[in-house]
Ligand binder design. Structure first.
Ligand SMILES: NC(=O)c1ccc[n+]([C@@H]2O[C@H](COP(=O)([O-])OP(=O)(O)OC[C@H]3O[C@@H](n4cnc5c(N)ncnc54)[C@H](O)[C@@H]3O)[C@@H](O)[C@H]2O)c1
Length: 378
């Protein structure tokens, strides 16, 4: 069977990238795979942009992000910079009439994220946030099994996102600095992906949280007085009355990027682990099985994202490529299932604020939906 994505005519979009680190590499690979012209890059200074131009094979280095977003020849801006810079950069790009892909967290507080949602609506351009784990075929398979009732009535949700790259006091990064990364670190950085995935797969919404967080090191190699959290544990309830728990940590030895969700219903359990993204564990009272990705046996949305045949493993970059391809498809008017937009970025900001609020106050806290929040602001 022909695949939608591989038969899509190459996009002629001209893409510009702000930032020249890990994400600029991943985004530019994905943009190239989607057929865009890798047209421009700006970074923290002209020298960094010039180095990235050569390293990533970009047509032109710009002296500043302003110069890049003001260039009429650029159609879409990818914001791949530290968190606290996202709002001003996304705002400048939207005001210049560009389509925008802005990294998560969309903003470091709810007000700024809501402002960007409004700006994007006014601009009328496509504005997306890379919650890319949605784009693993086996995530779509889990989602379809829940939506079609094959898992039965959902009773519990368990999720964790564990890493170890900040395990020791010597480990350091701009993310630990609240002024650059935002007041929440572990949760905003990776808990946001976890909650997005849980809500995307279940179609349910977290409505009440009770959380605890810990900062293991208040000083790191280059930062004194670190306030941002290393880990968060939370219990939650959803709008439909399901209960669940979350564990998010950047100090869990041996765990590199272990995002796991496990959802149990009256008929079966589905478990997805992004470090083994080619499989889905289906737990049953009798006869549990490990479902291996095979496009011929998957639901249509999961099969659509299977760009390779079974037995030819897909991973993180493929999920990212699919996200960027779907963003570019939306720019040409083809809105595909499951595209995460700035509204999803706002949703993550709301959840992050409430989780940290609960941890700070020791209280259970209600989590409003995006619509409720918009209602309050009007
Ligand atoms: N969606 C995902 O799966 C995923 C994964 C990793 C990181 N991220 C997000 O991507 C963003 C970037 O993370 P990273 O890991 O690439 O960081 P990084 O440190 O590797 O790169 C950041 C880049 O931004 C540049 N920069 C800093 N301030 C700037 C400014 N004001 N203007 C222009 N450029 C500036 C730096 O010079 C650097 O090149 C973060 O917001 C992070 O949360 C998302």
């Amino acid at each position: 069977m022909e695949n939608d994505r591989t038969t899509t005519a190459p996009s002629r979009l001209r893409a510009g990238f702000v930032g020249a680190g890990f994400m600029a590499e991943v985004h530019s690979r994905a943009a190239r795979a989607a057929g865009a012209e890798i047209a421009g890059i700006a970074s923290s200074n002209p020298a960094s942009a010039a180095r990235a131009k050569d390293r990533l094979g970009v047509e032109r280095a710009y002296a500043s992000a302003q110069d890049l977003v003001q260039d009429d020849k650029i159609d879409v801006i990818h914001v791949c910079t530290p968190n606290a810079t996202h709002v001003a950069l996304a705002e400048a790009a939207l005001n210049a009439g560009k389509h925008v892909v802005c990294e998560k967290p969309l903003a470091t507080n709810v007000q700024d994220a809501a402002h960007l949602v409004e700006l994007a609506a006014t601009a009328g351009t496509v504005a997306t946030v890379p919650f890319v784990y949605r784009f693993h075929p086996m995530v779509r398979e889990a989602r379809e099994r829940i939506a079609s009732g094959q898992t039965g009535r959902i009773s519990t949700i368990q999720g964790s996102y564990l890493q170890d790259w900040l395990l020791s006091r010597d480990d350091d990064n701009w993310r630990v600095d609240a002024g650059i990364g935002g007041p929440s670190r572990a949760f905003a950085d990776i808990g946001s992906h976890l909650c997005d995935l849980i809500e995307f797969v279940t179609g349910d919404r977290i409505s009440r949280v009770g959380a605890l967080s810990r900062t293991l090191f208040t000083g790191r190699a280059n930062h004194k007085n670190v306030q941002t959290e290393d880990l968060v544990a939370a219990v939650f309830a959803t709008e439909t009355g399901t209960v669940g728990n979350l564990l998010v940590s950047q100090v869990a030895p041996g765990r590199k990027n272990r995002l796991m969700i496990e959802i149990s219903g009256s008929e079966s359990t589905v478990q997805f682990d992004q470090e083994a993204p080619e499989t889905l564990w289906l737990g049953k009272r009798t006869g549990s099985q490990l479902l291996v990705r095979d496009p011929a046996a998957l639901s249509p949305d999961a099969a659509r994202l299977s760009v390779l045949p079974g037995g030819h493993p897909q991973g993180y970059q493929d999920a990212f490529n699919a996200f960027v391809a779907d963003t570019y498809a939306a720019i040409s008017g083809d809105i595909r299932e499951g595209l995460p937009t700035f509204r999803d970025g706002l949703r993550a900001a709301i959840l992050t604020e409430r989780i940290i609020g609960s941890s700070n106050s020791g209280q259970w806290i209600d989590v409003p939906g995006v619509k409720q929040l918009e209602g309050v602001q009007q």
